[in-house]
Design a protein around this ligand. Structure first.
Ligand SMILES: [Zn+2]
Ligand SMILES: [Zn+2]
Length: 269
């Protein structure tokens, strides 16, 4: 069976990703209004009424803005860690008891045929997680909002066929840019975000371990450009002997709308 996914929005201004197969349709985060998320789902051919659940990575506004409204409107269960529930509950409005599902890092569960594994990530939120999705030997990983590359989370992502990987900021743009000192320090910290250089190093390692699709995402609006993130990653890949766009598909997820529908299956690996 094929695993399909589509970054609907990706960036510091809002994130949502569709992941699905024939028997399950999942939304990961909903950091835009419910209306905008529904519009982008329809654009990639997913009927929002067929969604099975919303999974939440963490409680920052760019990941939860539309969650309450979508859960209420479509009667969708929301899956989040205990800490994320605590952090977001007051911000998303009432969620029906039956739709409040608590998950734990490293405890996988199935949605239809999709094996979902949440894994802990270093980020300044209560109990943030990334996710891997496996179907019939094909694997997708979502790894954004990461302060640094650590063995723990990287071990989950390594070996995935496709990875949505954070490439948040260009270090020079961040240092020279308009953000206040405290915010710069937060982004640069080990619980902030991955730079283009971090992403490039991670991408090279991933490609050397079999990843064939890398989508750079969660770019900062103020401290990055898509061309810069792409070029930086291409250089790191080439240094590692990997030819970008030949050995590995590489693209940058759009901030304001879907980047299109991608698919992976074990046969293509
Ligand atoms: Zn965050
Ligand atoms: Zn974020």
């Amino acid at each position: 069976m094929e695993l399909r996914f589509s970054p609907l929005f990706s960036g510091s201004s809002g994130n949502a990703i569709y992941v699905g197969c024939d028997d399950a349709h999942i939304l990961v985060d909903a950091g835009m209004s419910g209306t905008r998320v529904i519009q982008e789902l329809c654009r990639v051919g997913v009927d929002p009424r067929r969604l099975s659940a919303i999974l939440v990575t963490h409680e920052h506004a760019d990941h939860i803005k539309g969650i309450g409204i979508l859960s209420r409107k479509l009667d969708l269960p929301v899956f989040a860690t205990e800490g994320t529930w605590r952090g977001m509950y007051a911000k998303i409005g009432p969620i029906a008891d039956k739709n409040r599902i608590v998950i734990e890092a490293d405890r996988d569960f199935f949605m239809g045929s999709i094996d979902v594994t949440p894994f802990s990530i270093p980020h300044d939120a209560a109990e943030p997680v990334g996710f891997t999705f496996g179907v019939d030997g094909a694997k997708l990983a979502i790894a954004t909002d990461l302060g640094c590359i650590r063995e723990g989370w990287f071990g989950h992502v390594l070996g995935a066929d496709a990875v949505l990987l954070e490439s948040n900021y260009d270090p020079d743009m961040l240092r020279a840019g308009p953000y206040p000192y405290e915010l710069k320090q937060r982004i640069l910290s080990r619980k902030g975000h991955l730079s283009n250089d971090d992403a490039g190093r991670a991408a090279a390692e991933l490609a050397l371990h079999g990843t064939r699709q890398i989508i750079l995402g969660h770019l900062s609006k103020e401290n990055n450009f898509p061309e810069l993130a792409m070029r930086s990653c291409e250089l790191y890949l080439q240094q590692a002997g990997v030819e970008p766009h030949e050995d590995v598909m590489l693209c940058v997820a759009r901030r304001d709308g879907t980047t299109g529908m991608f698919s992976i299956s074990a046969e293509m690996v």
